[in-house]
Design a protein. Structure first.
Length: 256
């Protein structure tokens, strides 16, 4: 997908907060750990790992060339970045003491098969720490699906629909247990964002959730029409200012 780092960064504080909650779940930090961040984005948050992990080397991977251009600024002798998607990484033989991922794995398919593959890349005594948005049933996402199911978009999508792969927290706990995880912690947390108005919610969604809906339309005029129709739907639902936007996220960690 074509990511826009500038749009994504408009809500930098809101998008960063879950990462620091995730970082607090990383424990038993040792010297010289091998670490990978799956879906590192612009690398700014990945760079924060260097302060938390003593003398460890960190690799950040991301599929977006646009995001990784920003990440170059954070490279050091302990932190490097490679353009690679998560599935490609899992096909390699590399293993790590810590695998961390913040707001990225929700873009991957079939989590029941994916997570065991990720866990297989963790060294003995290592840890997995993952945060994924689990807000796909909130009205902001429902409206994207609603617009996509109307014409002319329904025909233009040629049967394409957005796949939401995020599981229930008890499903993730079971996966971690069945793959011999210890010290398992899985929970949901609501982040209470306060947005200025419906326009702000549109800007938020345009940086993430709306991207696949736009990318799967080939006609530029249709893309612009989709954006306007979606924005109007948001304005119909959120006429007030400010708007309370409860954003739900799933956290999980285990040792192996």
């Amino acid at each position: 997908m074509a990511w826009n780092p500038e749009i994504y960064a408009q809500f930098k504080d809101e998008r960063s907060a879950p990462f620091f909650d995730l970082l607090n779940l990383v424990d038993d930090v040792k010297d010289n750990m091998s670490v990978i961040d799956l879906g590192c984005g612009t690398g700014e948050l990945t760079s924060k790992l260097l302060d938390h992990l003593r003398d460890s080397k960190v690799l950040g991977i991301d599929s977006s060339a646009e995001m990784l251009k920003k990440a170059k600024h954070f490279e050091t002798n302990r932190l490097s970045f490679i353009q690679r998607n998560i599935e490609e990484q899992l096909n390699l033989n590399d293993t790590f003491d810590l695998i961390i991922s913040n707001a990225a794995i929700q873009w991957c398919s079939n989590h029941k098969e994916l997570f065991p593959r990720i866990i297989s890349k963790i060294n003995k005594g290592g840890q997995l720490a993952v945060q994924i948005p689990s807000n796909h049933e909130f009205i902001v996402h429902q409206l994207l699906r609603k617009v996509a199911e109307t014409e002319p978009y329904k025909t233009a999508y040629h049967s394409w629909t957005r796949e939401y792969t995020v599981l229930k927290i008890e499903d993730y706990a079971k996966i971690l247990y069945e793959n011999k995880g210890n010290d398992i912690v899985v929970f949901e947390k609501v982040f209470p964002h306060v947005m200025e108005d419906a326009e702000a919610i549109y800007n938020w969604a345009s940086g993430t959730a709306m991207i696949p809906y736009i990318e799967n339309l080939s006609d530029e005029n249709l893309k612009e029409k989709f954006k306007e129709d979606y924005k109007q739907e948001l304005k119909n639902i959120f006429p007030e200012s400010p708007v309370f936007y409860p954003f739900k996220r799933t956290f999980m960690t285990a040792k192996f």
